[in-house]
Ligand binder design. Sequence first.
Ligand SMILES: NC(=O)c1ccc[n+]([C@@H]2O[C@H](COP(=O)([O-])OP(=O)(O)OC[C@H]3O[C@@H](n4cnc5c(N)ncnc54)[C@H](O)[C@@H]3O)[C@@H](O)[C@H]2O)c1
Length: 252
Amino acid sequence: MRTYFDLAGRSALVTGAGAGIGAAVSEALAAAGASVLVTDISGDAAAAVAERINTAGGKADSAALDVSDREAAEAAAAQAAALTEGNLHIVVNNAGVTSPAMFPKLTDETFRVTFDIHVMGTFHVTQAALPHIPTDGTGRVINVTSSAGITGTLGQVNYSAAKAGLIGFTKSLARELAPKNIMVNALAPLAATPMTETIRTNEKFAANMMNRIPLKRWAEADEVAGAFVFLASDAASYITGQVLPVDGGMVM
Ligand SMILES: NC(=O)c1ccc[n+]([C@@H]2O[C@H](COP(=O)([O-])OP(=O)(O)OC[C@H]3O[C@@H](n4cnc5c(N)ncnc54)[C@H](O)[C@@H]3O)[C@@H](O)[C@H]2O)c1
């Protein structure tokens, strides 16, 4: 019988995985059988998530990785590949920051930092990973974009531009890597994480956000993590170049 969601024998590298969605995705991939390199700019945060996975019976290692550092990305890709005899099957480019301000107040610095982490970070990690990604149909690159990059959002021109950039990145790379049988997709999540704390709790933003979510609730990070497992799995072996919103119906 054909199985779809078993990731045993596959390795994964998740960025920005010390908290929020990245931590939940690391745990979900490990629960599906993958060996996961949990990375974050905070090595301690990454190590704590890896320890949680190992304690629960999964397989994980950790590394400090600032995705804007190309050399560190290369070292992390090699470390992740070493988890499964030299192959790195699944790359999740999740690390992210927001630096909101209305357009007249956006500075060069916050614009650059946002691009460095989201766009350049995804570029570094994916390019570092590519030599290790197998071409037997199990290779996956999953980029984390946002509804902000699809529909735009107030006070986030820098973030929306970076996240829209990742959609173009995903589609072009999907075309380039299709001949190598490597799938490249993007996921646009919505979840209760440290990043969204202000818009969930601040009176000024919370009601407006809730109005935009048809399911009328925030997901916990582990609820959106399942869609990452799907894109990482054999169930997604014929899906490439797509953007999957996992956001309670906000983008449809
Ligand atoms: N939470 C949401 O509703 C939502 C919505 C749309 C998109 N996203 C995207 O999902 C991803 C994860 O978001 P989250 O909500 O879990 O955020 P979060 O702030 O909870 O976690 C982000 C993690 O990234 C790490 N990080 C920050 N800069 C880094 C760097 N330079 N290198 C490596 N790691 C770094 C942080 O230390 C943190 O652990 C981000 O790309 C975000 O833009 C989140």
